[in-house]
Design a protein around this ligand. Structure first.
Ligand code: SF4
Length: 373
């Protein structure tokens, strides 16, 4: 297939749904997780969930970088932004995520902080060049998908010896979170029977990064694209593997993903970042080797070092159940404040803010549809 409409062809979709129905024969059903928040939104946007047979349950994973950032780090970002000599730069999604007492970067901006929304870390480097009397801090958030762009900005800042640019690095890694879900002993039996693997992250890290899922956890994983045909084909491939008792890594998104990933991006990240010993994730607590920090070569550009960032104890709003949503243990509609107190206009938790958050997807596309199931 070459063109986007071929991935949305209704005849192909009908055929795939019919094959999925035939394949979904196990009485105990199939619990599949789409790890990536982009996939969650695609499932809701294209109305695919109600079309799946009853025996196939999709659960949403933690693949929303905005959602998994703990409140203590949002608070630290707000504190950095409040410094009088700082221009604080962030992607748009992060501005509205509530920290302690509902204080977000957007509220800090309303109180006078110089917070700017940017589209690329290179925009922050340019701002630093244009404002040599100010400190420009880039709030780096994201999985392996966005980390190479941050690395490129840092490389440019080092090459051009820009002294007033730093990065508040919060890049997290996909495999450790996947591992934490699969190793979750709190559930009766395996937490999921199969995983729809992320598309964009896999374009960077490649298929080989998931070998542990098949070899250690004995769970099949199929990397998927974001169109309806991609997603349904991935589900069908998972069901076939599960029925055959197989646990393999398959690539259903070969037009973008290679076994080895993107070697240039990986080399760039290896130069600029190093592993953190542990990092706190919303919903998961501290996960070992699950995030990146700046390597010693780039230590002068590390905002945590330059500004002596500290992290206080902070808790989610007591009504918010983002932690369970992120672990795939609760549907967004199961939260008592979903779509009543918590809405995209007035989010109580991060999952209602981000364009990749499960609660935002359920609110925007799915709550009426899901209610009909
Ligand atoms: S609906 Fe709102 S409060 Fe509830 S889990 Fe989702 S983001 Fe948190």
């Amino acid at each position: 297939m070459k063109f986007i409409d071929e991935y949305r062809d209704s005849e192909v979709i009908r055929s795939l749904l019919s094959q999925i129905s035939e394949e979904a024969a196990r009485p105990e059903g199939y619990r599949l997780m789409e790890f990536c928040g982009g996939h969650t939104h695609a499932f809701y946007r294209y109305g695919l969930l109600p079309l799946l047979p009853e025996r196939v349950t999709m659960v949403h994973g933690p693949g929303c970088p905005v959602c998994v950032l703990p409140i203590s780090r949002i608070d630290a970002a707000v504190a950095l932004a409040a410094k009088s000599d700082v221009i604080f730069c962030s992607y748009g999604d992060m501005l509205r995520v509530p920290g302690s007492n509902g204080k977000s970067l957007l509220k800090a901006k309303a109180e006078g902080a110089d917070v700017r929304m940017i589209y690329s870390p290179l925009d922050a480097v340019k701002l630093a060049e244009q404002n040599s009397d100010r400190q420009v801090v880039f709030f780096a958030v994201g999985f392996e998908t966005t980390a190479p762009a941050t690395a490129l900005a840092l490389q440019k800042a080092l090459d051009q010896k820009i002294p007033n640019f730093t990065v508040f690095c919060n890049h997290v890694l996909t495999p450790p979170a996947m591992s934490a879900i699969l190793d979750d002993g709190s559930m009766d039996g395996p937490s999921v029977h199969g995983i729809v693997g992320p598309g964009h992250v896999s374009a960077i890290i490649g298929c080989d990064a998931y070998r542990f899922v098949a070899e250690e956890n004995h769970i099949p994983l199929v990397i998927s694209g974001f169109e309806p045909v991609d997603l349904l084909e991935s589900i069908l491939m998972l069901l076939r593997q599960i029925n055959a008792g197989k646990a393999e890594i398959e690539n259903g998104y070969s037009r973008a993903v290679k076994d080895e990933g993107n070697p240039q991006a990986i080399a760039l990240m290896d130069e600029v970042f190093e592993l953190r010993g542990s990092f706190e994730w919303r919903g998961f607590g501290m996960l070992p080797d699950s995030a990146q920090k700046l390597s010693s070569k780039y230590a002068d550009y590390d905002a945590e070092v330059r500004f002596g960032v500290t992290y206080g104890e902070a808790h989610d709003h007591k009504a918010c159940r983002c932690a369970e949503v992120l672990r795939g243990q609760l549907e967004p509609e199961g939260c008592s404040v979903f779509a009543t107190v918590c809405t995209p206009e007035n989010p109580l938790g991060a999952c209602m803010v981000s364009s990749e958050g499960a609660c935002a997807a359920a609110y925007q596309y799915g709550r009426h549809v899901r209610g009909d199931r």
